[in-house]
Design a protein around this ligand. Structure first.
Ligand code: FPP
Length: 247
């Protein structure tokens, strides 16, 4: 097996962590056990990405649509989240990780939001990997919010409609200041984007694996990175142009 080229790892990795429920159901366990196992995978993957020097890691932890799940599952997921954030601050400090959340934070229970704020404040001066959890996040909702912000600026006379360009729209998203993902991984065999980072994934390489999130480990991550390293990212150009650019 080829080894990983450290100089060609994604700068920004985004992950749709899917398959916790199926992992549990296959074993005749409750879905929440799958989520608990999923949190262990989060720990392993965060630590490994940080060790490998990944600059940005964005994890889809709870979608705007996930509120429609049974109340007991939503409650259990929120409790897991709170426990995770609290327990991980020390490790984030050790690993120089900065913690961040994107999504509609106003939807989150106040105690979780306080925990998030505390973790963001504690880790604000860290300079290693930026770990972003997408919580109550929806890509379309994010774009609508950005459009509203810009429309308000135009209505107030502080901005002309002609001045709105891609850079400005990007800068109005939750991910302002974060480069677009280079690679998206989705686990559990589903091949959809599911309203995740719709704008930001425009040129990302997509990697799908059958492995459920609780079984995703360092080896699976290395497999995804090797696959990424075998791809040619052309951004709309020809291979020939790319060769000339990098010469
Ligand atoms: C998908 O599994 C996963 C989620 C809806 C949430 C992901 C959450 C975690 C990994 C745990 C909490 C996260 C953190 C960061 C502490 P699914 O339930 O959709 O699985 P299924 O498609 O097999 O039903």
């Amino acid at each position: 097996m080829d080894t990983l080229k450290p100089e060609n790892l994604p700068e920004h990795l985004a992950v749709i962590m899917d398959g916790n429920g199926r992992w549990a159901e296959k074993r005749m366990l409750q879905r929440i056990v799958g989520h608990q196992k999923g949190v262990e995978t989060v720990r392993v993957i965060v630590e490994e990405c940080s060790r490998l020097g990944i600059r940005y890691l964005t994890l889809f932890a709870f979608s705007a649509e996930n509120w429609l799940r049974p109340k007991t599952e939503v409650k259990a997921l929120m409790a897991l989240l709170k426990k995770y954030i609290r327990a991980e601050i020390a490790r984030m400090m050790q690993n120089d990780i900065r913690f961040n959340v994107i999504g509609n934070r106003a939807d989150l229970p106040p105690d979780i939001d306080r925990e998030i704020q505390a973790a963001m404040d504690r880790t604000a001066n860290n300079r290693g990997m930026l770990l972003t959890l997408a919580l109550s996040y929806g890509g379309r909702q994010e774009i609508v919010t950005a459009a509203k912000t810009l429309a308000e600026e135009v209505a107030a006379g502080r901005l002309s409609a002609e001045a709105i360009d891609e850079k400005m729209l990007s800068g109005s998203l939750y991910t302002a200041g974060i480069p677009d993902p280079d690679l998206l991984i989705r686990t559990s065999g589903e091949m959809r984007i599911s309203n995740f980072l719709l704008w930001q994934l425009a040129y990302a390489e997509l990697y799908f694996t059958e492995v459920n999130w609780p079984d995703f480990d360092r080896n699976e991550l290395a497999r995804a990175f090797r696959d990424y390293q075998s791809r040619e990212r052309r951004f709309g150009m020809t291979s020939d142009q790319l060769r000339k650019e990098s010469a």
